[in-house]
Ligand binder design. Structure first.
Ligand code: GLN
Ligand code: ZN
Length: 773
């Protein structure tokens, strides 16, 4: 006897990034659609077979996507904006990829010999998928949107698996989450209002699946973990009443994940669905309510293996936690599952030959998580069959808990020693400003950049050669010095006021620091999809964090030695490092953040000692880390701000602290930004026509701000007049003495041919501003 194991989704990218290479080859015109689709089919088959071989009872299908599952659904239901030129009928690959990536306007010869897409169309907008680092394409819906089934993808996937003799449970994104995540192209209408028109398409999909022999479908409604409006709750009600009635033979496993269902749980549990999946990793306390309230016929899928992190589970603790549910509901009404799709974790730990052996025994990637599910499935019914595995789990948990690799007494002492003075600057901002103005003597509207200059093919090539051992450390360093020197010379030449060293030595703004801090590990193959064919390898924070030695000091010192102008010290902030890593689960995120902050504080202090008058601490991902529920925002922002204080307050009032944030809805976090009390913040604003400054104006934000005037996401070179106009808009909202002139973000992804004229224009724009009232 055992409890059924169920998986909610498996990574699509292939253990050796096969999907990325197939996509890029197709986009480059080096291979045809048939080859791409063949690779995709092979990956799906491999995933199904792996799950079958691991003993997973309920295997998902239609969890695969060539680019993004939200885009897939939009295309499947015919929600294709007119600009993409779709005329009805099946949607071809080029239309799909035009929605994903934009089309350049270059003619592209499809396999059929026809020429598609004669004109350029931008891609759909892309945004963060809940609080993950996965990004989805935002569907665009009109008030008069019609929906039609262009292809029954869950059915195709189900049949494809069936042909391999694997009976699957197809997955589809639920209609309410889909509509809620979509954006409306017209003001004053809520996309959820389109539900009545969308439901018939779902009904058709369900009916066809049922006719083909599917018995269950997994319907993902992660919106269940968000704050929902009454109309959204009503929409969920309407959806599951309707779908249950139209196709009674197809059982629905309604999946809410990425958190506690919270105030939505009582309603969710009453919905007329056959099954409910809950995330017990992030919401373990739900067990109590489930014990009390689960209706008699409902099947529960218990999300007990962490689909968002890479740690090996404490299997014994999980079995203990779910034991009351097992005895109350019985084995047949339970399934054991990961908390969410395994999309968000890397595929296979066994590929990490270079990773420290002890650390490896604490980790589980997607493949290993399948093994854990299997152990839990049989152990939940009867532990005697899996004693060996449970003992191994105990040993791993105990070893990690007591390992000296994880616990550093020195770090604990420092954390305990945090006091109030480490959380504030000496004087208030205006007094600091007077001292800094006196020291720095910058003109009005000072010009600067955000830190990085182009990572040219030569820079990348040189780094790759160094990493491979093809060139020596000293040759690599000599090369970087040369790049840095010419960047400094060039910045002086065009008359920028505050210079940067250019970050040529950095592979990535988080990895560069992680590699020099203790407590971090890096992988070779542990890729996770960020969007489309873009994958990242997040660092793993496994232990107490400290800084063995200075990280950026020598580069700053060298750059500053070349010029009389101030060069900013350039660091990544603790919250950003945290939000872009896999974080240990045995310590509160707030404490991990504080540890990183203290390490950065040491670097800040060293930079100041070496003579840096300005130090920038980037918090690009601060807004990204906001919890899904508003009730949790304050706690997060409190420790995020505290972390910024911990790293930035060890300096004299004469030292100017900068920070940088990429595009954000600043009105949600303006209070926290003000509390951070950076002397200068640079932000991404060029595309919003400075509307984002409204949050700062209405808050009466007192400190200095550099609103970006150069859209670094585009190869286009902005004219002087454009940038002057943007700054004039900024002057309408803030005082002249507050304003800096800078690009939206770092320039690492641009080419020098674009950056040079753009920054020359930017400096010219600042001159115009200085001479106009
Ligand atoms: N200093 C970093 C750079 O210029 C900041 C990048 C970011 O905010 N994403 O590249
Ligand atoms: Zn940025």
């Amino acid at each position: 006897m055992s409890i059924k194991t169920a998986n909610l989704g498996f990574p699509r990218i292939g253990s050796h990034r096969e999907l990325k290479f197939a996509l890029e080859s197709y986009w480059a015109g080096k291979s045809n659609a048939a080859a791409l689709l063949e690779t995709a089919k092979k990956l799906r088959a491999e995933n199904w077979e792996l799950q079958q071989q691991k003993g997973i009872a309920i295997i998902p299908s239609n969890d695969f996507s060539l680019y993004d599952h939200v885009l897939d659904l939009a295309v499947m239901v015919g929600a294709i904006p007119a600009a993409y030129g779709w005329k009805g009928g099946p949607v071809d690959l080029d239309t799909y990829f035009a929605m994903a990536r934009g089309s350049t306007g270059e003619s592209h010869h499809g396999d059929c010999g026809h020429v598609h897409h004669g004109h350029g169309v931008p891609a759909l907008e892309m945004t963060k998928w809940f609080d993950t680092n996965y990004h989805y394409m935002v569907p665009e819906l009109r008030r008069d949107q019609a929906f039609t089934l262009t292809a029954n993808r869950p059915l195709e996937a189900f049949l494809e698996a069936k042909a391999l003799s694997i009976h699957t449970r197809p997955v589809i994104l639920g209609p309410v989450t889909f509509l809620k995540l979509a954006k409306s192209t017209e003001a004053g209408f809520d996309t959820v209002e389109l539900l009545d028109r969308l439901l018939p398409v779902y009904a058709k999909i369900f009916a066809e699946l049922s006719a083909a022999g599917a018995d269950w479908i997994q319907v993902d409604e992660p919106c269940l973990v968000l704050d929902l409006s009454d109309s959204e709750r009503a929409a969920l009600n309407q959806t599951y009443r309707a779908l249950g009635e139209v196709v009674p033979d197809l059982k629905i496993m309604l999946a809410g994940y990425f958190g506690d269902l919270g105030d939505n749980l009582p309603a969710a549990i009453e919905l007329p669905v056959a099954g409910l999946h809950v995330d017990l990793v992030r919401g373990p306390q739900q067990v109590e309510i489930l014990l009390e309230r689960t209706p008699d016929s409902l099947v529960l899928s218990l999300g007990v293996i962490d689909g968002r992190n890479i740690w090996r589970a404490d299997l014994n603790a999980i079995l203990n936690r779910i034991a009351p549910l097992v005895s109350r509901l019985g084995e047949h009404r339970l399934q054991i599952a990961p908390s969410c799709s395994l999309l968000h974790v890397p595929i296979d730990l066994d590929l990490e030959a270079g990773l420290d052996g002890e650390l490896k025994t604490w980790l589980a990637f997607a493949t290993q998580k399948l093994d854990e599910l299997a152990v839990l499935g049989s152990g939940a019914a009867d532990r005697s069959g899996v004693i060996g595995a449970l003992e191994a789990s105990l040993r791993a948990v105990a070893a990690r808990a007591s390992s000296s690799r994880v616990h550093d007494a020195g770090v604990a002492v420092r954390l305990a020693g945090i006091d109030g003075r480490m959380k504030r600057r000496g004087r208030a901002f205006l007094a600091r400003k007077a001292l800094q103005d006196d020291r720095l003597r910058l003109p009005l509207f000072p010009t600067t950049t955000i830190g990085s200059f182009p990572q040219t093919p030569e820079v990348r090539k040189s780094r790759a050669a160094y990493v491979k051992g093809a060139i020596s450390g000293s040759d690599y360093e000599a090369f970087l010095r040369k790049e840095t020197e010419s960047a400094i010379r060039w910045q002086e030449e065009i008359g920028l006021d505050v210079l940067v060293h250019g970050e040529f030595e950095r592979n990535d703004m988080v990895q560069y620091f992680g590699e020099q801090l203790s407590g971090f590990a890096f992988t070779a193959h542990a890729w996770v999809q960020s969007y489309g064919s873009r994958y990242v390898r997040p660092p793993i924070i496994f232990g107490d964090v400290s800084r063995p030695k200075p990280m950026t000091l020598e580069w700053w010192r060298y750059a500053q030695s070349l010029t009389e102008k101030p060069v900013k010290g350039m660091l990544t902030g603790p919250v950003t490092i945290l939000n872009w890593s896999f974080v240990r689960d045995d310590l509160a995120r707030a404490d991990v953040s504080r540890q990183i902050a203290l390490a950065i504080r040491d670097e800040v202090t060293d930079l100041e000692k070496a003579g840096a008058a300005m130090i920038q601490i980037d918090e690009a991902a601060l807004r990204e880390g906001l919890p899904l529920r508003q009730a949790d925002w304050k706690a997060y922002l409190d420790w995020a701000v505290e972390s910024f204080h911990l790293c930035s307050t060890g300096v004299a009032d004469e030292t100017q602290i900068h920070t940088h944030m990429c595009y954000s809805e600043f009105n949600q976090i303006i209070g926290a930004i003000a509390a951070m009390d950076a002397d200068v913040i640079s932000i991404e604003t060029s595309r919003s026509k400075m509307e984002l400054l409204e949050a700062f104006r209405s808050y009466k934000y007192p400190n200095e701000i550099g609103p970006g005037v150069y859209d670094i996401h585009s190869p286009r070179v902005p004219e002087v007049a454009e940038m002057t106009e943007l700054m004039q808009l900024a002057r309408g909202r803030l005082s002249d003495g507050q304003l800096w002139v800078n690009p939206d973000c770092g320039l690492k992804t641009r080419k020098w041919e674009e950056v040079r004229p753009a920054l020359v224009n930017m400096v010219a724009a600042a001159h115009v501003l200085r001479t106009t009232g």
